[in-house]
Design a protein around this ligand. Structure first.
Ligand SMILES: [Zn+2]
Ligand SMILES: [Zn+2]
Ligand SMILES: [Zn+2]
Ligand SMILES: [Zn+2]
Length: 587
């Protein structure tokens, strides 16, 4: 057992972990897996924007770096130009100072792009997004068109408020859905059309409030209707009214608790623990794995990766990655990297691409044998790296909380210019302002952003048919009034393509800001934590007596003997079944 340097709880390092650390030539970690995950997430701001001045052309630019963040922020044009040279900021190694302190100084000086987008057209308010057009407030996404308020999404168009998934069209308020059209307010559903409030459904169309259905049409709360009755009942529900919709949302949530859920979504994989894993093997504590992961652990949002540990946004053709975020893309042997693609033999680098043999560099492209943005020969490089590793161990960086960062530790949290509640950490490990400060993170009060609200939340028209075009000029107040922990922006606007969408689909205007809507969807995603539990199938019904099995299971009328690792905490109200029992109930 090892004691976490950060939270002081004990954690176990498995024999195969030591093998991995040996391959990477790094010492075992001194922070527990969860603290390491939070630390990685805290270094990434995906969704908070500010106005800043470009460090080069001095024009206004939309940036993820707040005006008070110590960074040399460049607008996209200046950043892409050849007006600047990252070697100009190069530093001589000073062996009398902790190495990470020198790296932090370099990090503050080398130009950074205002936002992290690639090939996005007419989409200034997007971040960590590529190959998209006419998109607004879209984060961590690719190939998005005419859409807004989406995150972690691919190949989607004409959609609003969709989080996690791919191939969505004309969709609204969905989470973890794939290949859908006109699907609204749905969770973990695939190949579904013209439907509302589906959960864990496959190939379902023209339905409302259904759970665990396969290949069905015209169903409401899992009951079949004729086409005419379905249409009549749906019209009576009055979905175009926000008040009616809120009541329906409450009913659906109650109804869904009467059905079993699968312990984890694992497809065609062997020896894996975690959730949402396809086509992978030997992975421990991994989440959102889109295929081809092997011998990995503590990885979130990844594909095509062998021997990868501790990553967020990881892979795309990579091997031997350790402690990184947004790293990979035909890469190998990289550790302690933030936004590093197509590189090999890299340690402690930020925003470097197509390079090899870099140690402590920022903003380099297609370079080799560099330390603190200075060029060395191969011989000098090898010798200096050895000396730096030794110096990092003997003269480590220590932060204000007294936490020690020797060689083998990821970037200290105080390297981040982002407050905890504007980083991805708040999305998965939400804290209150007091909790965050106690843990040594900064917090940004929403009061810092003030907007003149012209329509208070309680006076936003209830039905879309009462909304005039002039709404586009108004500033609406969020019903949470900045009092929640959901990055609430207090105020928000309606954009033209969004208003047209609500009208076409007969959906009411929201009374929550985009961030509060995003966090409400995230509540349907389980935490990146695992509990060892037993299947809750008691034979003919669920162990809490709520769900009656529809078929006879392999274990007949005695309780199912299966156990598993699940993201459902034991105290949660959902009925959790093993894969076998779940499949028996959804045919
Ligand atoms: Zn810990
Ligand atoms: Zn809000
Ligand atoms: Zn079972
Ligand atoms: Zn069973």
């Amino acid at each position: 057992m090892q004691k976490c340097q950060n939270c002081k709880t004990d954690f176990r390092i498995e024999p195969e972990d030591f093998e991995f650390y040996k391959k990477m030539n790094v010492p075992p970690p001194t922070w527990c897996p969860e603290c390491r995950m939070v630390r990685r997430f805290s270094l990434r701001n995906e969704r908070a924007f500010y106005k800043r001045t470009c460090g080069s052309c001095k024009k206004d630019v939309v940036s993820v770096f707040a005006p008070d963040a110590k960074r040399n922020v460049y607008c996209p044009l200046c950043y892409k130009s050849d007006k600047w040279d990252p070697f100009r900021y190069g530093q001589e190694i000073d062996f009398s100072k902790p190495f990470l302190e020198q790296l932090r100084q370099l990090w503050e000086e080398v130009p950074v792009p205002a936002v992290f987008t690639e090939n996005c057209v007419d989409s200034p308010y997007t971040n960590h997004t590529h190959d998209s057009k006419n998109s607004y407030l879209v984060f961590g996404a690719s190939v998005i068109e005419d859409s807004a308020y989406c995150a972690r999404l691919a190949n989607t168009k004409d959609s609003f408020d969709v989080t996690a998934g791919s191939k969505m069209e004309q969709c609204y308020e969905d989470i973890s859905c794939n290949e859908a059209q006109k699907l609204f307010f749905s969770v973990r559903s695939e190949n579904c059309f013209n439907s509302y409030f589906l959960e864990d459904c496959r190939n379902v169309s023209d339905s409302f409030g259904c759970v665990n259905l396969r290949n069905k049409q015209y169903h409401i709360f899992n009951k079949p209707y004729t086409k005419e009755d379905y249409e009549k009942t749906l019209a009576q529900m009055n979905i175009g009214s926000r008040a009616a919709l809120a009541e329906l949302r409450r009913k659906v949530e109650e109804f869904s608790l009467r059905f079993p859920r699968r312990f984890a979504h694992v497809v065609n994989s062997q020896s894996v623990t975690g959730d949402n894993i396809v086509n992978s093997k030997n992975c421990r504590f991994c989440f959102n794995v889109y295929g081809n992961l092997e011998d990995c652990a503590f990885v979130v949002n990844a594909n095509d990766l062998k021997d990868g540990y501790d990553g967020y946004g990881y892979g795309a053709g990579a091997e031997l990655l350790y402690e990184g975020a947004d790293s990979g893309v035909n890469a190998g042997n990289m550790a302690f990297t933030l936004f590093v693609h197509g590189s090999h033999h890299v340690r402690y680098c930020f925003n470097c691409h197509g390079s090899s043999d870099l140690f402590g560099c920022v903003g380099l492209r297609s370079q080799k044998y560099c330390i603190l943005n200075r060029q060395y020969t191969q011989e000098q490089y090898d010798e200096l790296v050895g000396k730096i590793v030794q110096q990092m161990n003997e003269h480590p960086y220590t932060d204000a909380q007294g936490r020690i960062f020797r060689y083998g530790e990821f970037f200290p949290p105080d390297f981040s210019t982002f407050a905890y509640n504007e980083s991805a950490a708040q999305e998965y490990f939400p804290l209150t302002a007091d909790e965050a400060r106690r843990k040594g993170f900064r917090w940004r009060d929403p009061a810092e952003k003030t907007h003149a609200i012209t329509i208070r939340p309680e006076t936003i028209p209830d039905a879309i048919r009462w909304v005039p075009d002039s709404i586009l000029k108004e500033t609406l107040g969020c019903a949470h009034r900045g009092t929640c922990n959901d990055q609430c922006t207090n105020a928000f606007r309606i954009i033209p393509m969004e208003l047209a969408f609500y009208r076409k689909m007969n959906l009411p205007l929201p009374d929550l800001c985009p961030n509060c809507r995003h966090y409400r969807r995230l509540a349907h995603q389980n935490p990146y934590r695992l509990w060892h539990r037993a299947c809750q199938c008691a034979g003919t019904h669920s162990s809490n007596g709520i769900y009656q099995n529809q078929s006879t299971h392999f274990h007949a009328d005695v309780p199912c003997p299966n156990e598993f690792e699940t993201t459902y905490a034991p105290e949660r109200p959902e009925i959790v079944y093993c894969e076998q029992c779940y499949q028996e109930e959804v045919v």
